[in-house]
Design a protein around this ligand. Structure first.
Ligand code: SAM
Length: 282
């Protein structure tokens, strides 16, 4: 039946995405740098400057992978606030794994005596434990022992109470989810009133010259690089195809509005190669 077909296709997508990131986890950070010639770093820096978190922000970074957004969050708060934050907290002398809470996001490492989360704090959530493990290793190597926790879960069904977070970010992750509408409904639910949703995602290039160049690069160069560097052609071919299937800037804006977000806006990065969408729960 039509519905039977749909289920198979959806299950396949989830499995496929899982396999892709399991396969590329170790090489993920290197591949990002090579494929984008480092530009993803600039986009992510800019993304964080648009969020402009403060020392009072409790952030949920969904599809957070190896922690790129989370590390930027901690750095941003550290460098932009007057208070001297030391996320390494050498006094505690903890091993990074000791402070990682995988199952209880509402009570991460830094719950204070009042029972609420000590801020600033970021929860990195991802469906793939392999990606999180690479991120945890990075945290450990950078000497970060505070302000972060890691949670393996599906963005479509968050094991998190309503109204828990001040901000929700998702970078290059939402196009990999099977039901984008469910991801948005869940994002809305876990944000507190006044909280902000921000998404960084590949988007649609209008300029015909850039688009032709970009299409050739994506379809012909990226899978080859995937094969050469990560030994995996298919995963990178999938990633390119998923970018083309994701709604364009205006359609995604409408999806956010359908999910009840207010003051929804977007801005293009690099002529629409990527875009940042933002919305508030009011
Ligand atoms: N946000 C990171 C970054 O910008 O570097 C990682 C992005 S990576 C391209 C996409 C991530 O989405 C992967 O780590 C993958 O495991 C995760 N992912 C895919 N489907 C997911 C889902 N349904 N729920 C949570 N994470 C998911």
């Amino acid at each position: 039946t039509h519905f039977g077909y749909q289920t198979v296709v959806e299950d396949e997508k989830e499995e496929r995405v899982y396999e892709v990131f399991k396969n590329v986890a170790d090489k993920y950070d290197l591949m990002n740098d090579v494929m984008s010639a480092g530009v993803h770093r600039l986009w992510k820096d800019y993304f964080m400057s648009r969020l402009a978190p403060t020392s009072e922000t409790n952030l949920l970074d969904v599809a957070g992978g190896t922690g790129d957004i989370a590390f930027r969050f901690l750095n941003y708060v550290k460098s932009s606030t007057a208070e001297a934050y030391d996320f390494s907290d050498s006094k505690l002398d903890l091993d990074a794994d000791d402070v990682v809470v995988d199952q209880e996001p509402e009570k991460p490492d830094a719950v204070n005596s009042m029972g609420s989360v000590a801020k600033p704090h970021v929860t990195v959530l991802d469906i793939n434990q392999n990606m999180l493990d690479v991120g945890k290793k990075r945290a450990k190597e950078s000497g970060i022992h505070k302000g972060m926790s890691w949670l393996c879960a599906n963005a479509e069904k968050l094991p998190i109470p309503d109204n828990s977070y001040d901000a929700y970010t998702i970078a290059f992750g939402i196009r990999n989810c099977t039901h984008v509408d469910r991801v948005l409904t869940e994002a809305y639910r876990v944000l507190r009133p006044g909280g902000r949703f921000m998404c960084l995602e590949f988007s649609h290039v209008e300029n015909p010259v850039l688009r032709r160049f970009y299409d050739t690069y994506s379809f012909e160069v990226i899978p080859v690089m995937g094969k050469l560097i990560a030994g995996d052609w298919k995963s990178y071919q999938y990633l390119v195809e998923s970018i083309r299937k994701f709604p364009n800037q205006e359609d995604f804006k409408l999806m956010l509005e359908d999910a009840e977000f207010k003051m929804v806006s977007y801005e293009n990065l690099t002529l629409g190669v990527a875009a940042i969408h933002s919305g508030f729960k009011l």
